[in-house]
Design a protein around this ligand. Structure first.
Ligand code: RIB
Length: 306
């Protein structure tokens, strides 16, 4: 039977704009590409991806009482996600992310949190009545909501999965207490540890630094085109990437962590889960958009078998 994952996190509409390069201060740049308003948000991307990878997903989030909020909730329902714990906030607008996408596929994102900043520890607590098997969260909501998710997961003996995006060096990592898998990308690793994971030695140093702050079973560093680095407190492995043409890296990390979580819960094998997550992340970078780039489980397995 599919595991039920409670995802506590943000929902956004992404204003996606392609640009030849990031303009300098005072510079006006004409973009020849198109723009689009597409569904995203780190929590929403992870919720949709976990569902697409075969999990049963309950999503705890907030949207505004506006057309974007309606559009997001309709999409989550259409994807088969349990939306009972998504609140419609009458005072805040739906979160919005401005995604500037360069030709290389790399992006820069500015997030207007809107309703996401009202996701409270009480919202999170209520969502635990869905009887989840595991909890997945990110740092795009208020720290007290993340800490509540961690406390409740730990109290109930549920495995806790944390995607460290967007990283905040002030975040009190110690309060997460016990984490099954902690997964930052390169930038987030550097912000949280002061160590850039640009070679194997630094990956190990950064992983040890994280484990010194919080009880983590597996650190999985997302290294983009270098794959991912897995550390279990004793042994480490660099798991090779799948090579694909890069169109848009937006949400690849969210898809990676959701796929990692789902496959790990299914198999209990961290390296198999890391390979599966690398394939899911690779497929996500080969398409434009956040939720629009989430692959299906079949597509992931087909890439792994190719
Ligand atoms: O990780 C990608 C996501 O970050 C985007 O979908 C955007 O909404 C921001 O939250």
């Amino acid at each position: 039977m599919a595991k039920r994952i409670l995802v506590a996190g943000s929902s956004n509409i992404d204003f996606l704009l392609t640009t030849p390069y990031i303009p300098a201060p005072g510079e006006t740049l004409l973009s020849a590409g198109k723009y689009a308003f597409t569904p995203g948000g780190k929590g929403a991307n992870a919720a949709v991806a976990a569902k697409a990878m075969g999990a049963d997903v309950v999503f705890c989030s907030r949207v505004g009482d506006d057309a974007y909020g309606d559009r997001l909730i309709a999409l989550f329902k259409e994807r088969g996600i349990d939306t009972r714990y998504i609140k419609v906030d009458r005072l805040e607008q739906t979160g919005l992310a401005v995604v500037m996408l360069e030709k290389s596929g790399t992006n820069r994102i500015i997030v207007f949190s809107g309703a996401n900043k009202k996701i409270s520890d009480a919202d999170v607590e209520a969502s635990f009545s869905s009887y989840p098997d595991a909890v997945l969260t990110q740092f795009e909501i208020r720290p007290d909501a993340v800490i509540a998710a961690a406390r409740l997961a730990n109290d109930e003996g549920l495995p806790l999965f944390v995607d460290a995006g967007p990283a905040d060096e002030e975040f009190p990592l110690e309060k997460l207490e016990r984490v099954e898998i902690f997964s930052p990308n390169e930038t987030e690793t550097e912000i949280l540890t002061g160590i850039r994971p640009n070679n194997l030695e630094n990956c190990l140093r950064a992983s040890i630094a994280l484990c010194n702050r919080v009880d983590i079973k597996y650190v999985v560093l997302k290294l983009g085109s270098r794959g991912c680095y897995v550390y279990d407190g004793k042994y480490c492995d660099l798991v090779s990437p799948y090579e694909v043409p890069v169109v848009d890296t937006t949400a690849a990390g969210d898809v990676f962590t959701a796929a990692l979580t789902t496959e790990y819960l299914r198999t209990g094998k961290i390296l198999d889960a890391a390979r599966f997550a690398n394939a899911a992340g690779a497929l996500a970078v080969s398409k434009l958009g956040a939720i629009n780039s989430v692959p299906t489980e079949d597509e992931v397995r087909a890439l792994m078998n190719a």
